[in-house]
Write a protein that binds this ligand. Structure first.
Ligand SMILES: [Zn+2]
Length: 493
């Protein structure tokens, strides 16, 4: 059997300060994709594990991803799209199936729904041969995408730690389909809901409830997969929002029934997605109160609005400034994206003190912090990450430095990323478990690594591109905006 694999992944944040030039895309073309063989934290790793066992001939197309940021330009998109489609076009007669890995919340200037666009073209090229996809839990899926594919496998975890498992599940479905055992069909339901990502954890809350029901369905005969997508609200498109996709074995009515039930349940739970967070002064006060009880583990201040994993610049300064003023002993910040500061710190040298302008480079959500600081450590940023998200895989965080201002140690890196790994701190000589206060720039994925070593987590309402109060953003395209206009008696079709 000959299977084409590839993928295109971005979670586009239309309110992000960070542009998405072609150079920001990490692209693996053709055989370069095989470098992901054996990785435990990627869908491709899972797909290839099944492919190797089945003895499939793999046609590697293109696999590209970039961090969440502004929409990609059309020219870059068309190049990436062609990287996936050209090999499929050239081999369409000999291919037996296609598996692509998308994020599902990408948008492009001039192409509203790239996943639907690519999927429709794949379907055109391969006719009725099986075509299956994996998606992130935050995917904003369209009917076009779901109609074009035979089966859909969305992440079941948030923090996302099941990419390998979903890739494997997708490939196992391909195996059974090629053997003629299954004939997968899909259905889709999209209640008119755009909900913040702050309460989309899978350990508790509304998504947990929906997933429990999805898992029950998955135990029923004829059900292949039920995926609950919280959606990504900062992608300003007319299809943005929570949605459900069910894949059954040749039973479209059952798939539809599952989607209708879960879509209605999501609609009933809609108020549970809303969460009010303390503002910056209140959060600092809460942290101070907690410290008086002398907790054994750190108090975490989560700067959820500046999560690079959702399009934040990871350089907003309002919360950090408040922490510097509070000057709690044994505090650390992870991590600020500021290449200039990193280079300047390397020039100043470890043990020396200099003047710095830290963060705030985009000015959209806060100004730089101008201060004297002592350089405490420098790292080249390459390491293995051993937490639940890293799974022992290799990472390159870029050059990093640790700056000390009063009692606060600030980890600054030359590349942008959410602080989801303890190694962001340990690379720079800080044991995060031994701090009193950690300011973590991340929305939720940090929990996989940091929840076990936290006394408590205080999620803070601070300025940024991913603030949970989504009514603050100037939406233009989202369905039924403002949300209060959505009919309260909505029923799925
Ligand atoms: Zn996600």
């Amino acid at each position: 059997m000959k299977i084409a694999i590839g993928g295109l992944k971005q979670e586009t944040n239309c309110f992000s300060s960070v542009p998405t030039p072609e150079s920001s895309w990490a692209v693996r073309s053709g055989e370069e994709i095989f470098a992901l063989r054996g990785t435990a934290s990627t869908e491709i790793g899972g797909i290839l594990s099944v492919a190797d066992r089945c003895g499939w001939e793999i046609l590697p197309t293109l696999f590209a991803h970039t961090s969440p940021s502004q929409p990609t330009d059309k020219k870059t998109y068309e190049k990436l799209r062609e990287g996936i489609l050209a090999p499929i076009r050239a081999h369409k007669d000999t291919l037996d199936g296609v598996i692509l890995c998308f994020h599902g919340a990408m948008t492009v200037t001039g192409v509203s729904d790239p996943e639907g666009d690519i999927s429709a073209e794949v379907r055109k090229l391969i006719g009725s041969k099986p075509y299956m996809i994996t998606l992130d839990l935050h995917a904003n899926n369209t009917k076009e995408t779901v109609d074009a594919v035979d089966a859909v496998f969305g992440y079941d975890t948030n923090p996302h730690i099941d990419m390998y498992d979903r890739g494997r599940e997708c490939a196992l479905c391909m195996e059974k389909t090629l053997a003629g055992t299954w004939k997968p069909v899909t259905a889709h339901c999209h209640p008119p809901m755009v909900v913040p990502t702050i309460n989309m954890r899978t350990a508790e809350g509304p998504i947990h409830k929906l997933l429990q029901r999805a898992f029950e369905w998955e135990q029923q005969p004829g059900v292949i997969n039920v995926s609950v997508f919280g959606g990504f609200p900062y992608t300003d498109c007319d299809y943005t929002g929570l949605n459900i996709v069910a894949t059954t074995d040749g039973d479209p009515a059952l798939a539809k029934q599952i989607c209708t039930e879960l879509g209605s349940k999501a609609w009933e739970l809609r108020q549970e997605f809303i969460k009010q967070l303390p503002d910056i002064p209140e959060s600092i006060r809460l942290a101070g109160e907690k410290l008086k009880t002398n907790p054994a583990l750190p108090v975490i201040l989560a700067d959820v609005s500046d999560n690079a994993g959702g399009g934040g610049s990871s350089d907003t300064t309002m919360l950090m400034r408040a922490l510097l003023e509070a000057d709690f002993p044994d505090s650390a910040v992870g991590c600020i994206w500021d290449e200039e500061t990193v280079n300047r710190a390397i020039e100043v040298g470890v043990g020396n003190t200099g003047r710095f302008r830290i963060g705030g480079n985009f000015h959209d959500y806060g100004e730089p912090v101008e201060t004297e600081a002592t350089v405490r450590a420098i790292t080249d940023g390459t390491c293995r990450c051993y937490g639940l998200m890293g799974r022992g895989d290799k990472f390159a965080f870029g050059k990093g430095v640790r700056l000390q201002v009063g009692n606060v140690h600030i980890c600054v890196y030359s590349t942008r990323r959410a602080c989801n790994y303890r190694e962001i701190f340990t690379n720079l000589g800080i044991d995060p478990a031994r701090q009193k206060v950690l300011l973590i720039k991340s929305r939720g994925h940090f929990r996989a690594d940091f929840e076990p070593i936290a006394d408590c987590i205080i999620e803070v309402d601070a300025p940024g591109a991913v603030n949970p109060n989504i009514l603050r953003y100037p939406y233009q395209n989202v369905y039924g905006w403002p949300v209060t206009e959505v009919p309260a008696d909505w029923q799925p079709e």
